[in-house]
Design a protein around this ligand. Structure first.
Ligand code: DAH
Length: 344
């Protein structure tokens, strides 16, 4: 028995384990139910009484030593398992945070403004809650014009001579600009407008417009046409053609509506342009002399043109969106489609 104990001590000293599994195997081999040390414990029962003390001590030491050694091998194996694990690759790209994107209406409004900025226009803004004078009267609307009815305009206060209302168009900013800025004037006026309309695929009670105004000496309809043509080609592509149809607005004379050649079918006729090959994009005209006079500009010396367009309408045509309401519902699946839309 003595030799057997010594032999095991020796083996324990030389014992190696690369992995936790090998260390466990060693534990079973020495200390398991059928292990070598367990077997010696069994044999101990039949040792002669005078040797029991000596062997008992030795056996206990052996068991302790084996337990300690195997524990040590186990923890060494665990340490080296961690050390050998594949290292994190710190050069790998991180997890991206989902970024929001600009709203398509903001993108198009900015594109429109940027195009006119390139032509030398400034940006002017005015209040959304306006008075009747700036929205209607100074723009030559007759007192009985239908836009002044409750059905078309949201009034904030009523009953006075000059009631407050939510502006129905950004043409009001024309008036404020003419009142305050020195001539010549070249501005675009982006902003929100409000109309008392039932919400449908083609109309909303809140939408956006960009108004334009150019006043100087000798400004002609030809200048207007050229400005609109250049704008249309920047916005819808260099092949774009425009046509102007006679129209009527109280604040311009003569007035026109502008169509661009359909950028989908290139004039052949499709369901976006309803088979006509043309898409309406804005109203425009030469500023009516009454409008110049109302803001203190002498129509004998100065002339000018103005135009106004709906931002949602331009965005619908540009991206072939067929329902205006998509722009206001803020469905992330719809908005996300414009995440990569390019700026001018
Ligand atoms: N203010 C008009 C509207 O709301 C748009 C417009 C038409 C503006 C002709 C203009 C213009 O400046 O000349 O529908």
């Amino acid at each position: 028995m003595k030799e057997a104990i010594e032999q095991i001590f020796k083996e324990l000293n030389e014992l190696k384990a690369q992995t936790a599994k090998e260390a466990e195997e060693a534990r079973i081999r020495f200390l398991g139910k059928k292990g070598e040390i367990t077997a010696l414990m069994e044999q101990f029962r039949s040792v002669a009484p005078e040797l029991k003390r000596e062997y008992g001590q030795k056996l206990n030491e052996l068991k302790k030593a084996a337990t300690a050694r195997i524990e040590e091998l186990k923890s060494l194996a665990e340490v080296s398992a961690v050390a050998d694990a594949p290292k994190e690759d710190l050069t790998m790209p991180g997890d991206a945070f989902p970024l929001g994107s600009r709203h398509p209406v903001s993108i198009v409004r900015q594109q429109i403004v940027d195009i006119f900025r390139k032509f030398g226009y400034d940006v002017a803004e005015g209040p959304e809650i306006e008075d009747d004078y700036h929205v209607f009267e100074a723009l030559n609307f007759p007192p009985n014009h239908p836009a002044r009815e409750m059905q078309d305009t949201f009034f904030v206060s009523s009953g006075h001579l000059n009631p407050l209302l939510l502006r129905t168009h950004t043409s009001s900013v024309q008036v404020r600009t003419m009142e305050t800025q020195p001539l010549p004037i070249r501005v675009v006026c982006p902003g929100r407008v409000f109309r008392n309309e039932a919400i449908s695929a083609r109309a909303h009670c809140i939408f956006h417009q960009v108004e334009g105004l150019y006043i100087d000496k000798d400004v002609t309809f030809a200048d207007l046409k050229q400005a609109i043509l250049l704008f249309a080609r920047e916005m819808f592509g260099p092949e774009t053609e425009i046509r102007m149809r006679p129209s009527y607005f109280p604040f311009t004379e003569p007035s026109a509506e502008v169509d661009v050649s359909c950028n989908i079918c290139h004039g052949k006729g499709c369901n976006i342009c309803k088979g006509t090959g043309w898409l309406e994009i804005m109203g425009c005209g030469m500023v009516d002399p009454n409008v110049l006079k109302a803001s203190g500009i002498d129509p004998a010396q100065y002339s000018g043109f103005a135009f106004g367009m709906g931002v949602e309408r331009i965005a619908m045509l540009k991206w072939q969106v067929n329902d205006l309401r998509h722009y206001f519902e803020n469905d992330m699946r719809f908005l996300g489609e414009f995440a990569t839309a390019t700026e001018v």
